[in-house]
Design a protein around this ligand. Structure first.
Ligand code: NDP
Length: 453
């Protein structure tokens, strides 16, 4: 049995060689949980931590498809079914060339704790492919999705495993995936979330992750008697999460001033408004263009290309009070984190999953800023996916107001659970410990109840 965090991590690294993002995610959680295990030796005896770090099932498959030129392409498909102690596996699909086993295992692992925090009965999973939708025609994306689902359909189901979207998987992809599932299974069920409104989707699902991360920031500010009104906010990414983060910031009177993609970022000191956001949505969701065009269209806005070789991203040096990283993992390193704090940021709400490196997280915690880690702050997306599953089971559709109200209520409940768990284990204000501990306890107790399975 492991005697220390370092000892435990040595075993994890040896068993999961080369999966560095997975090691990173496990390390952060295990550090938070070690004091809990000291207080609850029954978890140690039942090897709950060892079991929670081992996926219940990993599915890896070939995805062959034919491109528009008639050439055969071969991609790799994955589904990680991480933990089903509190409900069916639930978590998104990511289509991005960087996708590999380690990245999906980190995401599935995070998802277990996140889903537990939502108050809804959902286990954790994640999947995807190294397919790159960028530059592909709609027909190529459709053929790829059909081939992907031709294998995945055997492993998923409304009561077994319910995938959703993530990077590179939006409404278009979910449509093609759902169509193929329905054809193969000959059944119309809520097997995927993020569906279109006419065929089982939920209002507010596209908005949910971004809205939720802003609600979480508002709750954190509330602990200091402050609101988002008038605050300058920097947002990274320009996809689903970033777009609806900006929308909710505008609703609450804040001033979002940046957006980015993997090539560069725009800075608009006058602030984005609804008209500018509508342009971004058209640019990114319909024309599938690059964020650079924003600076060509709107006077006063500037565009800067990102140069990965310089070791930091100047986006995180823009003067602001709040930051909403909403692009991808490890987009804020220690230097970026220092730049953020140095330029006045004291609220970080993570829309993306694990966007901050461990050194960056340490700096945020040392400086005692309001830091909401992704597994709490971006849980609004999967929460609303859970609400979509409930509506599908009821064969009912709730109104926009009803779903938004439930989402808001869930984000407040997650915030409260994090604050209480952090307090109870002697680290008040530490949302990292709060989220990890509160998320873990529910899953661990369910695993104890269900025996060694
Ligand atoms: P989208 O595909 O809609 O947008 C992703 C954005 O991030 C794009 O602007 C993209 O730029 C940028 N990006 C992606 N990869 C990189 C990279 N390696 N370096 C720099 N920029 C990058 O995805 P989402 O908005 O759905 O997801 C964003 C983040 O939020 C992810 O971490 C995801 O896991 C997380 N998340 C999403 C949820 C959801 O409901 N969608 C739920 C919870 C978390 P480019 O166009 O150049 O690739």
């Amino acid at each position: 049995m492991a005697k220390s965090v370092a000892d435990f991590m040595e075993q994890i690294v040896a068993r999961n060689a080369g999966e560095k993002e997975f090691h990173q995610a496990v390390h952060e959680v295990v550090e938070s949980l070690w004091p809990v295990l000291d207080q609850r030796p029954e978890y140690r005896k039942a090897k709950v931590l060892e079991r929670i770090c081992e996926p219940e099932r990993v599915i890896l498959f070939r995805v062959p498809w034919v491109d528009d030129a008639g050439e055969v392409q071969v991609n790799r498909g994955f589904r990680i079914e991480m933990n089903s102690a509190i409900g069916p596996y639930k978590g998104g699909l990511r289509f991005h060339p960087s996708v590999n086993l380690g990245i999906l295992k980190f995401l599935a692992f995070e998802q277990v704790f996140k889903n537990s925090l939502t108050t809804l009965p959902m286990g954790g999973g994640k999947g995807g492919s190294d397919f790159d939708p960028k530059g592909k025609s709609d027909m190529e994306v459709m053929r790829f999705c059909q081939s992907f689902m031709s294998e995945l359909f055997r492993h998923i189901g409304a009561d077994t495993d319910v995938p959703a979207g993530d990077i590179g998987v939006g409404g278009r992809e979910i449509g093609y995936l759902f169509g193929q599932y329905k054809k193969l299974r000959n059944e119309f069920t809520g097997v995927l979330t993020g569906k279109g409104l006419n065929w089982g989707g939920s209002l507010i699902r596209p908005e949910a992750t971004g809205y939720g991360s802003v609600y979480f920031a508002a709750e954190m500010l509330g602990t200091r008697g402050e609101t988002l009104e008038g605050k300058t906010c920097i947002v990274s990414g320009s996809g689903n999460v970033a777009q609806y983060t900006v929308e909710k910031l505008l609703d609450l009177g804040a001033k979002p001033v940046t957006l980015s993609d993997s090539n560069g970022f725009i800075h608009d000191p006058a602030g984005l408004d609804r008209e500018k956001l509508a342009f971004v949505m058209q640019l990114k969701n319909i024309r599938r263009g690059r964020i650079k065009e924003y600076a060509e269209k709107f006077k006063g806005a500037t565009y800067a290309q990102i140069d990965p070789s310089v070791g930091h991203n100047p986006l995180w040096s823009v003067k602001a009070q709040c930051a909403f990283p909403s692009a991808t993992q490890n987009e804020i390193n220690a230097r970026d984190a220092a730049n953020l704090v140095g330029s006045g940021v004291y609220v970080v709400s993570e829309g993306a999953n694990m966007p901050t490196t461990p050194d960056g997280v340490k700096l945020f915690l040392d400086k005692k800023i309001l830091y909401g880690p992704g597994k709490a702050a971006n849980a609004g997306g999967v929460s609303t996916s859970g609400l979509e599953m409930s509506q599908n089971s009821l064969r009912l559709s709730w109104s926009r107001e009803e779903v938004d109200q439930r989402l808001h209520g869930i984000m407040k409940a997650i915030h409260k659970a994090c604050v209480e768990a952090a307090d109870a284990f002697g680290t008040p204000g530490n949302y990292v410990n709060g989220a990890n501990i509160a998320g873990f306890l529910k899953v661990a107790d369910a695993m104890m109840d269900q025996g060694v399975v």
